[in-house]
Ligand binder design. Structure first.
Ligand SMILES: Cc1cc2nc3c(=O)[nH]c(=O)nc-3n(C[C@H](O)[C@H](O)[C@H](O)COP(=O)(O)O)c2cc1C
Length: 182
């Protein structure tokens, strides 16, 4: 198999991310893993809301009371995991997350449809123990709406299509790329 060019793989990574962010809702799901204050990795699904290829930033939205917000306040580093079945590519992205509750978040809140606003703000807050499964209220609270901006610092590209290969790209090396044994 002819070795692919690093630029091709890097472009493909961003094409995959852009495709996910612009897909129909059910396909916009990615996995993010954070590390909590007990050093326990915590993975969960979030909706990829936007991709800024130029600034290498991915965006998702979350509840200010979520464990991931607490974890990211303590440690900005996280990992995003993606599997694109059609091309048999796994992407593992190292990211540094900024949590925003500023003018940008206020502007985006205006675009959150009312049925989706219930994801932001619960009483008791998300993650706390309750007596029964429905012993909570939704607050639909703008004050709990957080825009998480994930600055991509590394991309690990694994292709399992034919001959397996793996490449790694790092922002601090100018995204030049190197081969890794898969
Ligand atoms: C399909 C799907 C999509 C989800 N999307 C989001 C999301 O965009 N933002 C979010 O905060 N949680 C989302 N969740 C819920 C999280 O996976 C997680 O359960 C919740 O945020 C609590 O996380 P915590 O442990 O950080 O408190 C989604 C769950 C599923 C199953």
């Amino acid at each position: 198999m002819t070795p692919p060019a690093f630029t091709e793989l890097l472009n493909h990574s961003w094409d995959i991310l852009t495709e996910i962010a612009t897909a129909k809702t059910a396909l916009r799901i990615i996995t993010i893993a954070t590390v909590d204050r007990d050093n326990q990795p915590q993975a969960c699904l979030v909706v990829l809301r936007a991709v800024d290829r130029h600034h290498q930033v991915l965006e998702f939205h979350t509840d200010a009371d979520s464990l991931k917000c607490q974890s990211l306040t303590n440690n900005r580093k996280a990992q995003i995991l993606i599997w694109q079945e059609m091309t048999a590519v796994q992407l593992r992205l190292s990211v540094e997350v900024s949590l925003r509750q500023d003018a940008k978040a206020a502007k985006l809140w205006q675009k959150v449809p009312s049925p989706s606003q219930i994801a932001y703000g619960k009483q008791p807050p998300t993650g706390l123990a309750i007596d029964g499964p429905f012993d909570y209220k939704t607050l639909s609270s703008e004050g709990k709406f957080v825009v998480a901006e994930c600055l991509v610092t590394k991309i690990d590209y694994l292709s399992l299509k034919k001959d397996h290969f793996r490449a790694k790209f790092e922002k601090q090396s100018g995204w030049s790329g190197k081969w890794i044994s898969p």
